[in-house]
Design a protein around this ligand. Structure first.
Ligand SMILES: NC(=O)c1ccc[n+]([C@@H]2O[C@H](COP(=O)([O-])OP(=O)(O)OC[C@H]3O[C@@H](n4cnc5c(N)ncnc54)[C@H](OP(=O)(O)O)[C@@H]3O)[C@@H](O)[C@H]2O)c1
Length: 239
């Protein structure tokens, strides 16, 4: 049996780690030896994923201001620092999707709280830890999960699309401002994936035409180039 430990030493935090892309990232990172913490709101699911993967599960809502510091402290306290933050948790806004004229202001605010302000707050709370990681010569990265709805004006996707467009631009500005600190910022569109979020948005979609979240997770890890320098650590374990 081959056990990959090529991400050993990497300290990673993933929001929305109990479903879809976030769950696939937690599983993949943990399986490859990284120390992983993840966040989601539903405690049963958090316990289940923590038990399955050995990752640290944190119950919290990234859209709630009062949860952010507790989340950040648990991440850095348990991992002893942080090298990779993936802001993945997301809200669609109104479900079923609604035209802007039929969207409540509170639904727009909820989408912005989870998809834009939450990632901003969490990144700010973890910025010092990421800068410390970069100073130690490690790769310090923030990946903000975006969408093609950030650039295309799809009818019915107003709250979600506007929040993702703002997140994408925020990421570009973070990237400029954090360059001196040595922290990389990337906005990544994972493509249409077969996940509960997609099923909520487009229940009639042909699931067989959608990308598997595991594939998107591997693409994201590969795009960070985190696996390359550590390949020598892959070990063979014989049963
Ligand atoms: N699926 C697609 O086709 C697609 C396409 C483009 C982009 N994306 C993006 O990919 C990312 C992952 O989407 P997905 O499809 O994998 O979603 P998903 O299957 O619905 O999973 C969402 C995860 O986020 C958690 N979550 C939601 N709101 C949260 C909050 N306020 N605080 C903490 N955790 C929260 C959920 O758990 P709880 O509900 O228990 O909190 C769950 O673990 C999102 O950023 C999405 O916008 C998806």
């Amino acid at each position: 049996m081959t056990v990959h430990t090529d991400l050993k030493g990497l300290r990673a935090a993933v929001t929305g780690g109990t479903s879809g892309l976030g769950l696939a990232l937690v599983r993949t990172l943990a399986k490859r030896g990284a120390q992983v913490a993840f966040v989601a709101r539903t405690s049963d699911a958090v316990s289940r994923v923590a038990a399955e993967t050995g990752a640290l599960g944190i119950v919290g809502d990234v859209g709630r201001k009062t949860d952010i510091h507790a989340i950040a402290l648990q991440i850095t306290g348990n991992l002893g620092g942080l090298d990779l933050l993936v802001n993945n948790a997301s809200s669609l806004g109104p479900v079923p999707l609604a035209l802007l004229a039929d969207t409540q202001c509170e639904e727009l605010e909820a989408a912005l709280a989870t998809n834009l302000v939450g990632p901003f707050r969490l990144t700010k709370a973890l910025f010092g830890a990421l800068a410390a990681s970069a100073r130690q010569g490690r790769e310090a990265s923030v990946v903000n999960i975006s969408s093609d709805a950030a650039v295309n004006a799809y009818a019915g996707w107003g709250a979600y699309g506007a929040s993702k467009a703002a997140l994408q631009h925020l990421t570009a500005i973070w990237a400029e401002e954090a360059r001196e600190e040595g922290i990389r910022f990337l906005a990544v569109d994972p493509g249409d994936m077969d996940t509960p979020l997609h099923a909520q948005a487009i229940p009639e979609a042909d699931r067989s035409s959608l990308k598997r979240p595991e594939e998107a997770a591997s693409e994201i890890i590969r795009s960070l180039g985190l696996d390359e320098p550590r390949l020598a650590l892959t070990v063979e374990v014989r049963p």
